[in-house]
Design a protein around this ligand. Structure first.
Ligand SMILES: C[S@@+](CC[C@H](N)C(=O)[O-])C[C@H]1O[C@@H](n2cnc3c(N)ncnc32)[C@H](O)[C@@H]1O
Length: 397
């Protein structure tokens, strides 16, 4: 055990001195993830925690998760967190399980032995020994035995990019997608997975295959966008509940109330991501006007050599970077020239099928409308718009 983790355990143990377990439950200090997070963040550098994707779930989200877990509990539960960190995801469960007289075993696993032992010490102290806590350490992505006998798996995995070679993804993939897939594949029939995951898995087009894979293994029971993970972690997350082997009962994105006319931006326009990848696309071919997200904002004119797909105006350029809650959420500009234009991949190009200026002007109004903002907010909480989400915008202001 490292000096840092020993010091964390000591701090937690010192804090508990003088109180009985029952008093601790009342005071809620050992189960207060905000308190623990701040202790841990004093001991470990935020930079190091970020690099390894180690972020502890705050009380708001873990309490929310347990309100979904509670109605699914029987008289006996085996609750596993395969990437447990300091155990923050499990702590709110202690009081609930005791109140509901559920005979429970917790199993905590982490790649780092220190975290598994911090989590198990903390859970043992906080439950006054009333809950059996098992502990293991290992790479869950290569050994998922810890979930083989689970009734419930609670998961907030690392969100770091990793290289993968699977049937549903090749190349860099968010580790969270691999954790969920791995867990569902190893969990028993009818067991429950509750996970806090980055929103890109719910709304990103590159995770469409992953979503289909998940539904081959289990049924979605809840898909709830939560908002930003916490004040220090600028990632939007959602809560996923899946039951292994069951049919799905909820969609990944909410159905949007369409107005009377059912046309969408995708039906009215050709929608594509700009083809130029800065620093990667070769500067060969004829010189053409070039637009980037930045030059569009500053009004700077650029020219570059490019022999790939160019676009002719009139068309509309839309910033792909778009934060949930930001207003205007959809930042779009008109391009009227019929000179072939090279477009950076941080922009989405929308060309009305009738290629008229008036359709472009109508489109700008549509993208600026409240309906479109609300539609996009309901469909996508990560910071990059997808072509699919833009195509689905109702053609109405
Ligand atoms: C985002 S933290 C979440 C911790 C905890 N579940 C919570 O919600 O507070 C992710 C944890 O996963 C652990 N981890 C990273 N890669 C892992 C792997 N391959 N197998 C098991 N644990 C891993 C990290 O050490 C870290 O403690």
């Amino acid at each position: 055990m490292t000096a840092a983790s020993e010091s964390v355990i000591n701090t937690l143990a010192q804090e508990s001195r003088g109180f009985t377990a029952a008093e601790w439950n009342q005071l809620n200090a050992l189960t207060d993830s905000n308190f623990t997070s701040s202790v841990l963040r004093q001991q470990f550098s935020l930079e190091g925690l970020r690099r390894s994707g180690t972020f502890f779930t705050g009380a708001a989200w873990s309490d929310r998760l347990w309100t979904l877990v509670r109605p699914t509990l029987g008289s006996h539960a085996v609750v596993v967190d395969p990437a447990c960190g300091a155990g923050d995801l499990l702590t709110p469960g202690i009081a609930l399980l005791q109140r509901d007289h559920v005979e429970a075993t917790f199993h905590v696993n982490d790649l780092q032995r220190e975290w598994a032992s911090i989590a198990s010490s903390r859970l043992r102290i906080a439950s006054g020994g009333a809950i059996t806590v098992r502990e293991s350490n290992g790479d869950f992505l290569s050994d998922s035995d810890s979930v083989a006998h689970a009734t419930h798996v609670l998961l907030n995995p690392p969100y770091v990019p990793v290289l993968a070679q699977t049937s549903w993804a090749q190349g860099r993939v968010n580790a969270a997608a691999l954790f969920v897939h791995r867990a569902l594949g190893a969990m028993p029939e009818a067991s429950h997975l509750f996970a806090i995951l980055p929103d890109v898995l719910r709304s990103g087009s590159r995770y469409a295959k992953w979503r289909r894979e998940v539904e081959l293994l289990g049924g979605t029971q809840a898909v709830i966008p939560l908002g930003q993970f916490d004040a220090d972690t600028d990632v939007h997350v959602f809560l996923l509940h899946v039951v292994v082997g069951a049919p799905s009962s909820v969609a990944w994105t909410p159905a949007f109330e369409m107005q009377s006319q059912r046309r969408t931006v995708g039906e009215m326009c050709d929608v594509r991501v700009g083809p130029v990848v800065p620093h990667r696309t070769p500067e060969t071919g004829p010189e053409v006007p070039y637009v980037t997200a930045r030059s569009l904002t500053s009004g700077t004119s650029l020219v570059r050599r490019f022999d790939g797909r160019t676009h002719l105006g009139p068309l509309v350029l839309l910033n792909r970077t778009s934060r949930p809650g930001q207003r205007p959420r959809l930042r779009a500009r008109l391009y009227t020239s019929s000179t072939p234009l090279a477009v950076e991949n941080h922009l989405i190009v929308l060309t009305p099928r009738d290629q008229t200026l008036s359709a472009c002007e109508e489109l700008l109004e549509i993208l600026d409308s409240r309906t479109s903002c609300e539609y996009i907010d309901s469909q996508i909480a990560c910071r990059h718009l997808t072509v699919g989400s833009v195509k689905g915008i109702p053609w109405t202001t």
